[in-house]
Design a protein around this ligand. Structure first.
Ligand code: SF4
Length: 148
């Protein structure tokens, strides 16, 4: 079973109420056992909501509110649900395809806290949880480039 960021499959769960639909990811999903995940959707934060980025160790929204707790709660709930679903299906979690650069789902690079579109090295809080469990993560970019 693969975990996939729900916004990549066209769910309107992005901070601004939009999605990040990615046809190659949707094609992948049609051929594999998958579970859609949206940690921010489980965080209790509304849609739409102000964009948020890591600023140091905290996740702050653009209006200056500390949303670290909500993001961490959503990430932990998402992991818990994923593990429960994997157990229910009797399948291992083989990997995750997560939206690049997000403070929840980004892997390897995330927005740098300046809300200017610049990137820095790092992992979103959900991606970091998966990484600590040894679950391999790629982004939609690797799927688009045919690297997976
Ligand atoms: S938390 Fe992840 S799945 Fe949800 S909207 Fe953000 S990038 Fe997409």
């Amino acid at each position: 079973m693969y975990l996939i960021s729900a916004c990549l499959l066209g769910r309107s769960c992005k901070y601004n109420g939009g999605d990040n639909y990615c046809r190659p990811v949707a094609d992948f999903a049609s051929r594999h056992s998958i579970l859609e995940v949206c940690p921010e959707g489980l965080s209790g934060l509304p849609v739409p909501r102000p964009p948020a980025e890591y600023v140091g160790e905290k996740i702050m929204d653009r209006e200056g509110k500390d949303v670290t707790g909500a993001f961490e709660r959503g990430a932990a709930l998402s992991l818990e649900r994923a593990l429960q679903e994997a157990k229910r299906r009797g399948e291992p979690v083989e990997g995750a395809i997560l939206k690049a650069n997000s403070p929840s789902c980004g892997s390897g690079q995330i927005y740098d806290g300046t809300f200017s579109g610049r990137l820095t090295a790092g992992y979103g809080c959900f991606a970091e949880l998966l990484r600590r469990r040894g679950i391999s993560i790629i982004s939609e970019k690797e799927i688009e480039n045919g690297q997976f």
